[in-house]
Design a protein around this ligand. Structure first.
Ligand SMILES: Nc1ncnc2c1ncn2[C@@H]1O[C@H](COP(=O)(O)OP(=O)(O)OP(=O)(O)O)[C@@H](O)[C@H]1O
Length: 313
């Protein structure tokens, strides 16, 4: 299997802080690879190293078979990069921005119009409008067109959906789904729900990869039985966490996700009765300690966010 991006033991410090800590990953051809993690996890630093804008301190990195240090000029020709702040020229019009990015790569809008036409269609009515006057979703589409105008082999998108409304986010992911037949897409996001739209994801926190797999495999390997409780107010979080038998408890919107102690899947399979008794005792404990008439609970499958929280335990 061919890999288009490879990082081996990649490390980066800023002053004394380790921002990337021994990163190992490889991205396959024509996949959407997600780097999922909260603010400050190191996503942008990783993207800057891949796109040759920053040097790592140690380790190795390759993009499309080229080394990010020795072959930086070649890599710059063949990657598309959409940084977190979209990096458009706000005083230039939509069309002028696109022309500018095309001219940097010695190409023209006409030459590569096929690749962007689906996306550009929504922008065309506003082609004389200054980029600064576009909505968030429109700026995002224009920035994507600018990153695509030279037909890159590998597309790096750093938090492309941050600050963009829910409809534009979904539209954007649909576009990525169509683009992946023509290139590899590496996309970072702090939104855990976007992980399921990637072929594979790396969960990153504090400069370290916590796990790397398909979203499905990650969720299926969640090592506990997970319960969703409804009808308990948010103010009960601390009290729930202090209850005997509770391994972890997180608030997800208006419901709680709770894992009880001693309920690892292995135990569940080996001795279902004991595990089941422990769960029932713990649930009884909750029912007795809290007098919430509308409280209900059920067993649920883990989401990527549940997995992420479990890795941080
Ligand atoms: N040039 C720099 N000098 C010093 N520290 C930096 C520099 N760039 C990033 N950092 C620090 O490195 C850490 C990782 O930052 P990075 O921007 O890579 O994270 P991120 O996951 O992209 O999050 P965000 O969405 O907040 O940018 C943060 O603690 C940040 O403050």
């Amino acid at each position: 299997m061919k890999h288009v991006v490879i990082a081996k033991n990649l490390t980066k410090n800023f002053e004394r802080k380790k921002v990337l800590d021994n990163i190992n990953l490889s991205v396959r051809e024509n996949e959407i690879f997600g780097i999922i993690g909260p603010d400050g996890a190191g996503k942008s630093t990783l993207f800057r190293i891949f796109t040759t804008l920053l040097l790592g301190d140690s380790g190795e990195c390759e993009v499309a078979g080229y080394n990010v240090v020795q072959d930086f000029a070649k890599i710059r020709e063949i990657v598309g990069y959409m940084p977190g702040n979209f990096s458009l020229y706000m005083d230039l019009s939509v069309e002028e921005n696109l022309q500018f990015f095309a001219s940097i790569f010695n190409t023209s809008i006409e030459e590569n119009y096929d690749l962007i036409k689906q996306i550009y269609r929504a922008l065309e009515p506003f082609k004389n409008r200054k980029a600064g006057a576009l909505s968030g979703g429109m700026k995002q589409k224009l920035a994507l067109c600018c990153a695509l105008i030279h037909k890159p082999k590998v597309l790096f998108l750093d938090e492309p959906t941050t600050g963009v409304d829910a409809v534009s986010r979904m539209e954007f992911w649909e576009i990525l789904g169509e683009l992946k037949s023509q290139m590899s897409v590496i996309v970072s996001t702090p939104y855990m729900d976007e992980a399921s739209l990637c072929d594979r994801v790396a969960l990153i926190f504090d400069g370290r990869i916590l796990s790397l797999d398909t979203p499905k495999n990650l969720c299926e390997s969640f090592p506990h039985t997970l319960y969703e409780f409804r009808g308990i107010p948010a103010s009960a979080l601390d009290s729930l966490r202090e209850l005997a038998g509770v391994h972890s408890c997180f608030l997800f919107g208006n419901c709680y996700h709770i894992v009880f102690k001693n309920l690892r899947q292995s135990q569940k399979h080996n001795d279902t009765n004991i595990a089941e008794n422990i769960t029932q005792d713990s649930i009884k404990n909750i029912l007795e300690n809290f007098d919430f008439p509308n409280m209900s609970y059920k067993e649920i499958g883990a989401s990527i966010e549940d997995c992420f929280m479990e890795f941080l335990q």
